[in-house]
Design a protein around this ligand. Sequence first.
Ligand code: CO
Length: 147
Amino acid sequence: MARLNVVKIGDSVLREKCMEVHKFNDNLHRLLDNMAETMYAEQGVGLAAPQVGIPKRVVVIDTEGELIELVNPVIVESSGNQTGEEGCLSIPGEYEEVSRAAEVTVRGQDREGREITLTGSGMLARAIQHEIDHLDGVLFVDRVRKG
Ligand code: CO
C-alpha cells in the first residue's frame, strides 16, 4: 500500500464528472487500498478518487470505525434534513455549515463488482453525500449559503 498525494482546491480534476468503473481488477483494488491508507493517514472520514487525481467513481468512507468502499455509488433515496460543520481534505483549514439530507440510501458496487445497498444517517449520511458530490465535481463550499 502507498499513501497518495491529496490534490487541493484549484486543481481541475476536482471539477470533473468522474467516469464509471467497469473493471473490478487489481488496479481498482490497489486504488481502494491506497485511498483507505491515505484517508486514515490524513485523519479524514472520507475520500473520493478525484481527490487523489483519479477521475473515477470510487469512494472510501469511515465515520464509525468501519471502512466502507463504494464503487459507482448512486443515492436512491434521501429524507429529512441536517445542518452541520463540514470540511474536506482538499480544502485545508476551511470548515463551514452545510445542509444535507438526514438519511440516505446508496446503491453501488463493492470491489468485486457485487451490488451493495447501504442506508446511513447522521455523520455517515453526510459523508456519503459529500463524497458522491466529489464524483460530480462538486465541493462542499459550493453548497454553503452565502450571506
Ligand atoms: Co471532500
